[in-house]
Design a protein around this ligand. Structure first.
Ligand SMILES: Nc1ncnc2c1ncn2[C@@H]1O[C@H](COP(=O)(O)OP(=O)(O)OP(=O)(O)O)[C@@H](O)[C@H]1O
Ligand SMILES: [Mg+2]
Length: 255
């Protein structure tokens, strides 16, 4: 379980803030989607969760333990992170990229290679074809899959995914979302998945937390959010795609 308790992240001695008084609990096995506009604090919240940044105030607890008191290296073994914008190492092969964490932890080369093949198969990349390629020999969607494989390599209990499918075309994105649902069932991890795509949020989240300007606007199931938005911001958020759907239907029916 991950618990955020009155978490703040401020800059410039408190003059500006990325996260403001945010409290929420994420249950074991749950996929929580963080949804919100650019700059609302989503990446900052993830970065604080594995201590790439420290909180300015408040606490983050994982399994009841304040992460501020845990060794960051130990902490990151339990948390897989898929970075916004992928971040594969260009001079390493796909197999080396996928197993960087176990290799840093001392896994031998042969073991790592066998492990890499399993991980690539898990994210539906044929190891015979892709294991020895370099990142610049992959499509965007394939590179994203390697990013997911890398995050899964140390078999972490928790997975933080920062807009993993953000830069992809709609068809590839849909495909990876479906795969994400399959992986989620297969691996039963606790996942925080960041997006600013409403449809992605609706398809992947057990619950959705909506953020706006560093604050939590509302958290709930998709039914709760759509039926009873707690603020104008939340109802506007759902109004735009509803209007889009109506236009699309009208277009189809006009044909
Ligand atoms: N080191 C920093 N100093 C000052 N402000 C910062 C710093 N890092 C981030 N911010 C600000 O914090 C806010 C939240 O940034 P964050 O990266 O968490 O947003 P985000 O929700 O992930 O946005 P996006 O959807 O564009 O990725 C932004 O306004 C950003 O400019
Ligand atoms: Mg971000």
């Amino acid at each position: 379980m991950i618990q955020y308790k009155n978490v703040f992240k401020t800059y410039d001695g408190g003059d500006s803030s990325a996260v403001r008084d945010l409290s929420l609990d994420i249950e074991d096995g749950e996929t929580l989607v963080l949804l919100g506009p650019s700059g609302c604090g989503k990446t900052t919240l993830l970065r604080m969760t594995n201590r790439l940044e420290d909180v300015s105030a408040g606490t983050i607890e994982i399994d009841g333990e304040d992460i501020g008191k845990v060794d960051p290296v130990q902490l990151r073994r339990r948390i897989g992170y898929v970075f916004q914008g992928i971040g594969l190492f260009p001079h390493m092969t796909v197999a080396e990229n996928a197993t960087i964490v176990p290799r840093l932890l001392g896994k031998d080369a042969d073991g790592a290679r066998a492990h890499a093949r399993d991980l690539l198969a898990l994210v539906d990349l044929d190891p015979d074809i892709y294991a020895d390629r370099f990142p610049d020999e992959l499509s965007g969607g394939q590179a994203q899959r390697v990013g997911v494989a890398r995050a899964l390599a140390a078999d972490p209990q928790y997975l933080l995914m920062d807009e993993p499918f953000g830069a992809l075309d709609a068809v590839t994105r849909k495909l990876l979302q479906e795969e994400m649902l399959r992986l989620k069932k297969q691996l039963s991890k606790t996942i925080i998945f960041v997006t600013h795509d409403i449809f992605e949020a609706l398809s992947l989240g057990d619950r959705i937390a909506i953020m706006n300007q560093g604050k939590l606007e509302q958290i709930g199931s998709k039914e709760e959010l759509v039926r009873s938005p707690a603020s104008q911001f939340v109802s506007d958020l759902f109004a735009a795609p509803k209007a889009q759907l109506r236009e699309f239907r009208a277009l189809l029916e006009g044909e």
